[in-house]
Design a protein around this ligand. Structure first.
Ligand SMILES: [Zn+2]
Length: 248
């Protein structure tokens, strides 16, 4: 089992962030990409279209997966499952620093996802708070005008890549998480354990859980500077500057 994390990047003009219309785990958002067979190495001619709300029984018929298909060249079975909770909006800070933001995690067996194609179903918010919906990025860019900010807004130079997620790290992380929970069970007021849990969850990009852990750490130790700083960074990366400032 290999996990591939879809990472996106773009240039933004006068926009605070972009993300799928219904948020990063939008059940209707479609992901288009090609598949490379892990057995024979052939890449499919056409893009496969996946979305969270469409599942199919696996070849063995025991579980529901998001894709189950035989390679046309070598007939090897392959499946893909989408794992929610790993994405976040792509923000202006990302654009300025040339960073990629994670969008969706794919658990792939027998296939490797390649060549993600941008399509429709995106939304964006301008620096002035104007919301733009039904954005189609299939042409590679998007331009509109923000009446409130009296300025043009633009998305251009969209790009994507799939990063292989280190499963060993994820395995060690799970062990670490277990140990901190055991420590909290023994001492429910152990501020450092909540903080460390937050750090671990942040490494595997589960930011909602991360925020929860830091908040608990800050309840146990009201002047917990590191916890507040880390919360501020997460809100900043999300483009939520108001909350970010509140924590710094
Ligand atoms: Zn094959």
């Amino acid at each position: 089992m290999v996990n591939h994390l879809l990472m996106i990047s773009a240039d933004l003009e006068n926009l605070a962030d972009i993300q799928p219309q219904g948020g990063c785990d939008d059940p209707n958002f479609t992901y288009l990409f090609k598949l490379r067979c892990g057995n024979c190495g052939e890449v499919t001619q056409k893009e496969t279209c996946l979305s969270l709300n469409e599942t199919t029984p696996s070849a063995k018929g025991k579980t529901e997966v998001h894709l189950s298909q035989k390679c046309k060249f070598c007939s090897r079975d392959g499946t893909i499952n989408m794992i929610t909770g790993r994405g976040r909006p792509f923000t202006q800070t990302d654009a300025e620093t040339g960073t990629y933001a994670p969008l969706m995690l794919f658990d792939c067996r027998g296939y490797e996802p390649v060549d993600f194609v941008f399509a429709d179903g995106w939304k964006a918010e301008s620096l002035e708070g104007t919301k733009f919906t039904d954005i189609d990025l299939s042409g590679g860019d998007y331009a509109d005008y923000d009446e409130k900010g009296e300025c043009p807004v633009m998305i251009s130079n969209v790009r994507a890549k799939f990063d292989v997620v280190n499963l060993k790290l994820v395995g060690n992380t799970q062990d670490g998480i277990q140990k901190y929970y055991e420590a909290i069970k023994i001492d429910p007021h152990y501020d450092r354990a909540y903080y460390n849990l937050g750090v671990v969850y942040s490494e595997i990009m589960q930011y909602d859980t991360t925020l929860n852990c830091y908040e608990k750490a800050a309840i146990e130790r009201p002047m917990y500077v590191e916890a507040y700083c880390n919360m501020g960074v997460i809100y900043k990366n999300r483009g939520d500057l108001e909350s970010a400032i509140a924590y710094v």
